[in-house]
Design a protein around this ligand. Structure first.
Ligand SMILES: [Fe+2]
Length: 289
């Protein structure tokens, strides 16, 4: 039997579906190795319950409707769902890109999201191109006041940084890991020089080695159609999925020497150290204590 989820992973908020796509009738879902049933009550409110041994349903779990998604938790989160102030700015497009199933640990997905070195090789001629392969020095830190991992002063040459970009530009990035399975980035906005486009990747761990990724963007772009923006992001993420599903081991190693980091990987080193401090083991190669 698979190792059950530990407290550190249980006590978090997770996306389980796009809010607008939850039907009235009961639908199965899954989180952290446990079965859920999602439905709506007669008033339309989303109800999430755990399916217990023998098929009985547990008490309704806490839910939040935020950023276009329904969130829930199987534990008791210490904090409210993290804030993304840009999500409430009225002139941004809110682009929900659709769930992508990935056969990999959810933590691997977050780590890949933080990695700039793969741009020229995985997202060739979009987010990177040879010979511009160097990851310049950037800063990474665990922000203790908010308990998040940040990487700042990141930059990379990108041939097509966004659909709204015309020609290659040096793109600035900031990365933020707001919870063990929840990450977002702020990048140069080609359409507004003094603001950032925000791209979020909310990961729903189904099992240790299987998850659904829920990308959503809050971007400034008055020109592109919604469909073309969704397609652009899906193209990028499907390129990542090929890499993610071929990574071995499929679970994330937290032991420092399991995989040799380079200078470009300092954000991943901080992320793994932070996971270890928190005692996160779901999706890791840690042996059960
Ligand atoms: Fe990627």
């Amino acid at each position: 039997m698979a190792r059950p989820a530990e407290k550190a992973s249980l006590d978090q908020w997770y996306v389980i579906d796009i809010a607008a796509e939850i039907p009235a009738e009961a639908k199965p879902n899954r989180l952290l190795g446990r079965d859920l049933v999602v439905s709506r009550d007669p008033a339309g409110t989303v109800i999430v319950r755990e399916k217990l041994e023998g098929g009985a349903l547990g008490e309704p779990l806490p839910t939040r409707d935020r950023y276009g998604f329904i969130w829930t938790t199987l534990g008791t989160p210490e904090r409210e769902l993290f804030d993304i102030p840009e999500a409430d700015e009225p002139d941004r497009r809110h682009v929900v890109c659709g769930a992508v199933a990935v056969r990999a640990s959810g933590l691997r997905i977050v780590e890949n999201f933080l990695d700039m070195a793969h741009f020229p090789f995985v997202h060739t001629d979009i987010l990177g191109a040879e010979p511009h392969t160097e990851v310049r020095h950037y800063t990474t830190e665990i922000r203790r006041d908010v308990d998040e991992v940040w990487a700042t002063n990141c930059e990379f040459f990108q041939p097509q940084a966004a659909l709204s970009a015309s020609g290659g530009i040096m793109t600035q990035y900031m990365y933020r890991v707001a919870a063990p399975f929840q990450t977002l980035l702020y990048k140069t906005c080609p359409a507004a020089a003094n603001r950032w486009d925000v791209i979020c990747l909310f990961v729903q761990p189904l099992d240790h080695d299987r998850c659904r990724a829920h990308p959503v963007m809050f971007i400034i772009d008055d020109e592109s159609t919604l469909t073309s923006m969704v397609h652009f992001q899906q193209l990028i993420f499907l390129q990542d999925r090929i890499i993610l599903e071929n990574q071995r081991p499929r679970l994330l190693p937290l032991e420092p020497r399991a995989e040799i980091p380079t200078r470009a990987d300092i954000s991943s080193v901080a992320y793994r150290r932070w996971l270890k401090e928190k005692g996160v083991t779901f999706g890791t190669a840690e042996r059960a204590a």
